[in-house]
Design a protein around this ligand. Sequence first.
Ligand SMILES: N[C@@H](CCC(=O)N[C@@H](CS)C(=O)NCC(=O)O)C(=O)O
Length: 202
Amino acid sequence: MPLYKLTYFDAATSRGEECRLALHVAGLPFEDERLTRDQWAARKASTPFGALPVLVTDGRQLAQSNAILRFIGSQHGLHPVEPFEAALHESLMCAVEDLRTRMGPIIRIKDEAEKKRARQEAAAGYLQEWGAAIERQIGAGPYLAGMKLCVADLKLFVAAGAYLKGTIDYIPTDVFGAFRKLLRLVEAVKQHPRVVDWYARK
Ligand SMILES: N[C@@H](CCC(=O)N[C@@H](CS)C(=O)NCC(=O)O)C(=O)O
């Protein structure tokens, strides 16, 4: 029986997917529990913050994607050891959460005209500011820590990658085109052998 269970929804996206990737890249076998919306409604109150993902290990629950990523990363060579470097990576993971908080309501707009207006505005404005801020934090690359993949790279890959796939109407796939280091990081993560392995097994 695996030591870890990661619970999320049945989608290869967002906070759950980055935690699954971290477990897989770390080489940790885990139970990949995927809830339907009805199952989630019944389970929500029993989770620490009423939200997913949740990692269960040794009979204890850990919520909050960044805490889960740090927990896995710091034990398995996927998070910096030096405290300031570790905090810098955490600041980038927080920036991804800022992105999701800001874009979530825009992604959920139903009215077609308003959806188009808000998404085009975000693509030309907020997403450019966000991308430029991330770009400034990336050094020689390809990853944040140079040649070594870390959990913060996985989080950036999942978050930025969602905008590059062309599945979000009115946000062009070249929305981050000005940010060459960010695009190189996303590509490097995509080509990492453990990431390739994760997507090959689905
Ligand atoms: N800050 C939390 C946010 C968790 C969150 O909002 N999760 C969403 C899915 S990505 C969720 O559980 N939505 C269902 C709900 O809130 O009932 C984290 O980083 O894990």
